[in-house]
Design a protein around this ligand. Structure first.
Ligand code: SF4
Length: 487
């Protein structure tokens, strides 16, 4: 790796020469200690024969910022930073409250955008900001309310962390704008907020507080890997560290927020994973992968970054029973279409997958069990948790297998077998309130109208829709079943 002379004063501090030397020495040390890591490091050294030159840095910054000013997507959380020369003065003039407010907006949007497409996030972001326009409003919210607004966005831990973070930052302060309120401005301080890692901290610090710190997400990795034709494993810790260094070298010290957003925007819209539009790319002149692809027909830009086989997702199986309870007094229908019917919902444990969210009664089962085994497992659960004996003590108006649904999580594929169980209980839903004694079990009965509007996860919403579709296909109850009486 060749060391270039120090850049001008405008070079971000993150890429000091001594850091380059330190990293070089470290790479050599790794070579002696760990052969496997050293192999990867050698590959990386080969790829990154040099960091960016001064000329490359200047060209990339200028081209990218110019492109971004003209081509950035219009999204509600994006406010273009003031131009370079005015930034410092304006920053000083800006009220601390305004900066904190901007930080809050960036924080919420960046957390929502993790693992989620921009188009999906827009409506969620608008709803969130209508409900909690400031961090003080959010800090006063309940987890239930936050889950409701977040429902369908997935990765629910993000919502929990946002609420925890808001409570932590605001403490016991009031909603008044005059309240002394401190929003961390540095990456290290931001990283202490629940759910905020290096990436989110870099985004908040650069976009809201104009600090010359880099961000590295999947889009940035792809652009950098192509710019420098890096073929080392992009998931490897050493390679990731080098991406941060490269991004730190590039970030514009005058417009760090815009530059970081521009780099990510380029990755999202031009330098896409499988069909990059190199012919309209503003930095193709500095792109080594593009240059290689033009001189060597066996090279394509999509060779970079190297594809790493995905870890295989675990396949789990689950029996889901939508328990619909008919009112004791109302007219009876087999599929329960009365408005005063209620559905039984159970709260998941506060830890683990979909923590603290509501779902229909569900039981994990071993492997692909058949219908009778799944029912046995479900009956056992309903009896133990709700004193519901589907064989003796209650009037089962109908029990139908509805279908299966595969829900994909990041690391799990969950095959859900769904059935609809319509019950008529003596005393209606109050039967459950009288019988259920387990205090650690949180549950509720929700009527047909409420279930349409409450925040449900996309998996639970899908199950509910399956039930609705199933009911549409069923014939009205025949006269014989009307003779049954509640027990
Ligand atoms: S030239 Fe092509 S591969 Fe290189 S950064 Fe631009 S879009 Fe990506």
């Amino acid at each position: 790796m060749i060391l270039r002379p120090r850049l001008s004063n405008s070079t971000p501090k993150v890429m000091e020469e001594k850091e380059v030397r330190k990293s070089k020495t470290k790479m050599k040390r790794v070579k002696k200690r760990e052969p496997a890591a050293a192999k990867n490091t050698n590959k990386l050294e080969e790829d990154m024969e040099d960091f960016f030159s001064n000329e490359e840095i200047c060209n990339i910054r200028a081209s990218l910022l110019c492109w971004y000013q003209k081509n950035q997507r219009v999204v509600p959380w994006r406010i273009t930073s003031p131009n370079t020369s005015q930034v410092k003065e304006e920053m000083e003039e800006k009220d601390q409250y305004q900066l904190a407010q901007r930080a809050y907006e960036v924080w919420v949007s960046e957390i929502m955008l993790q693992q989620t497409r921009v188009a999906t996030v827009i409506e969620y972001y608008k709803r969130w900001m209508e409900k909690w326009p400031t961090i003080h409003h959010l800090a006063a919210a309940s987890q239930e309310e936050v889950n409701h607004i977040w429902a369908g966005l997935g990765y629910y831990r993000r919502a929990r962390f946002l609420l925890e973070g808001a409570k932590m930052l605001v403490g016991g302060q009031s909603e008044s704008q005059d309240a002394q309120f401190f929003f961390p401005t540095t990456v290290s301080a931001l990283c202490k907020v629940p759910g905020v890692g290096q990436y989110t901290a870099g985004a908040i610090a650069s976009i809201a507080f104009n600090q010359a710190v880099p961000v590295v997400d999947g889009n940035v990795v792809r652009v950098l890997a192509r710019l420098k034709a890096i073929s080392a494993n992009p998931k490897d810790a050493t390679t990731i560290k080098s991406f941060w260094k490269l991004a730190g070298q590039l970030v514009d010290p005058c417009c760090p927020g815009d530059f970081n957003q521009a780099l990510m925007e380029l990755g999202a819209t031009i330098c896409t994973p499988s069909t990059p539009s190199c012919s309209v790319c503003p930095i193709s002149g500095q792109c080594q992968a593009f240059s290689l692809s033009r001189t060597n027909t066996s090279v394509v830009v999509t060779d970079y970054p190297t594809k790493v086989p995905k870890t295989k997702q675990r396949l789990d199986f689950c029996a889901v029973c939508v328990v619909e309870i008919l009112d004791n007094q109302g007219p009876e229908t087999q599929q329960g279409t009365q408005t005063d019917n209620v559905f039984l919902l159970v709260k998941r444990p506060e830890e683990g997958l979909l923590a603290g969210l509501w779902e229909f009664p569900s039981v994990l089962i071993d492997g692909e069990a058949d219908l009778s085994m799944r029912r046995e497992a479900m009956d056992c659960y309903l009896k133990k948790s709700f004193k519901l004996d589907t064989k003796k003590k209650h009037c089962v108006l109908s029990r139908n297998y509805v279908g299966e649904y595969l829900h994909i999580f990041s690391h799990i594929r969950l095959r859900m077998y769904v059935e609809l169980l319509v019950l008529r209980l003596k005393g209606g839903k109050s039967f459950l309130y009288d019988k259920v004694e387990n205090e650690s079990l949180q549950w509720k009965c929700v009527d047909n109208n409420s279930i349409q509007s409450i925040g449900l996860t996309s998996g639970v919403r899908k199950v509910y829709n399956m039930i609705e579709d199933f009911k549409q296909t069923q014939l009205p109850l025949d006269s014989s079943s009307r003779k049954r009486k509640p027990i």
